[in-house]
Design a protein around this ligand. Structure first.
Ligand code: HPA
Length: 278
């Protein structure tokens, strides 16, 4: 990891937004609109940030939206980098490292995911309690960037329990059903096969998806507190005996958007209480 590059990226953002930042938020498929709610927003296109990767997926914008949401200063990624696009894991997590360089200690990762748990249904939201990644690649493979974190690091608290509890109680007071479960990473871009989904269920997964895990690993490495929330947009492959489509993912994402946004906003409101405890 080239620390000079990271610092140059962070400096260019700090120049455009020279204030303290509380929380980094990665907006997954369908949630990009939340950035529109940010007040006094400073918007920076990824291609204007030195060394930043630039996203290629339709429906994913590639920009940072920085400003106030629920009285917190947030840095939102409208558009993330996926492994299936061809980025290395290190590139996928580059923006998370830049967030850390900017002093951000709390990260909210959102995504669309396939629902493996047969007791749940599309449109449900899930707070991630843990993850499974069976592919060998890892954003920390290679020389350890010692300035960011240790060579070997704990993953038992990769998903912060206080943040998860805050999300649960926020959902409760909003009257939103929120599930808690394990997210399993698949590299994509092919959706999983029915056999892979049966395997995922036996392995203990409740949801499957193509993002979030590399970012959560990099965040853990740097000692950030992470909250992961999935919008379960479809029953995973083979459960309903019908083909999966990206259109279905987008449609359900659209339907669940309002409660997804309300939940994240409520977490932001409660965050102050949490930060003062820790
Ligand atoms: N599998 C993987 N990623 C996904 C899915 C899925 O079923 N739905 C939304 N993202």
């Amino acid at each position: 990891m080239d620390m000079d590059k990271l610092m140059e990226s962070a400096d260019s953002i700090r120049k455009a937004y020279p204030h303290d930042l509380d929380i980094g938020i990665v907006l997954g498929s369908g949630l990009g609109e939340m950035a529109e709610a940010i007040e006094d927003a400073v918007i920076i296109d990824y291609h204007d940030i030195p060394h930043f990767p630039v996203s290629t997926v339709p429906g994913h914008k590639g920009r940072l939206v920085i400003g106030h949401l629920e009285d917190r200063t947030v840095l939102c990624m409208q558009g993330r980098f996926h492994y299936y696009e061809g980025w290395s894991m290190e590139e996928v997590v580059y923006p998370i490292r830049v967030m850390r360089m900017l002093g951000i200690g709390t990260l909210i990762l959102t995504n669309a995911a396939g629902c493996v748990n047969e007791a749940w249904k599309p449109g449900d939201l899930m707070v991630i309690t843990d993850h499974i990644k069976l592919i060998a690649d890892n954003p920390l493979r290679g020389v350890n960037p010692d300035a960011l974190g240790p060579r070997f690091f704990d993953m038992t608290r990769a998903y912060d329990r206080d943040l998860a509890a805050l999300a649960e109680s926020a959902a409760g007071s909003l009257g939103i059903t929120v599930r808690k479960g394990v997210y399993m990473f698949f590299a994509g871009p092919s959706f999983e096969t029915p056999a892979e989904i049966r395997f995922a269920r036996i392995a203990g997964a409740d949801a499957v998806g193509m993002s979030t895990v590399p970012e959560a690993i990099a965040a853990s490495h740097m000692g950030m507190r992470t909250l992961g929330i999935s919008c379960l947009t479809n029953m995973a492959a083979g459960i309903l005996g019908q083909p999966l489509s990206h259109a279905e993912v987008l449609e359900t994402g659209e339907r669940a958007k309002a409660s997804f946004m309300a939940l994240v906003r409520s977490v932001l409101r409660g965050w102050g209480q949490l930060a003062s405890i820790s």
